[in-house]
Design a protein around this ligand. Structure first.
Ligand SMILES: [Zn+2]
Ligand SMILES: [Zn+2]
Length: 130
């Protein structure tokens, strides 16, 4: 038994630190030994999340109707102003976990770029005859 609470806490801390180091080291080693595999796995999971996202959100650009998967990308409906910029990977995985059309939509790279750059897409103007 421990003499007092402090000893117990100190021991738990020490145990945690020792084992944390150990498991970090193992993870590092695994990564070093499996670099190729790791890259493959992460690429695959990225592609999966992306494909799932495109499937869930209608499979085409909401602006121009582009449906070639390679041309499509995720668009944040309300933008990302004031927020920490989300990586594409994180965005795809969040969007594909839960269908949230109020947060995400599909735009092709052209429309996405145009909206990001000028705040509107030229397609929209053409449709409304502006
Ligand atoms: Zn488009
Ligand atoms: Zn467009």
């Amino acid at each position: 038994m421990y003499k007092n609470e402090e000893d117990k806490i100190a021991y738990a801390k020490k145990y945690y630190q020792e084992h944390r180091e150990e498991s970090l080291k193992k993870t590092r080693e695994w990564k070093r030994n499996n670099r190729e595999r790791n890259r493959f796995l992460s690429r695959r999971s990225y592609r999966r999340a992306r494909n799932l996202f495109i499937e869930m959100y209608g499979g085409k650009c909401i602006c121009c109707g582009e449906s070639i998967v390679e041309f499509l990308s995720l668009h944040h409906v309300k933008g990302q102003i004031g927020k920490k910029k989300q990586s594409a990977r994180a965005a795809y995985s969040e969007a594909s976990k839960k269908y949230s059309p109020e947060k995400f939509e599909i735009l092709c790279h052209n429309c996405n770029q145009a909206i990001g750059y000028s705040g509107y897409c030229p397609h929209e103007r053409r449709q409304r005859n502006v």
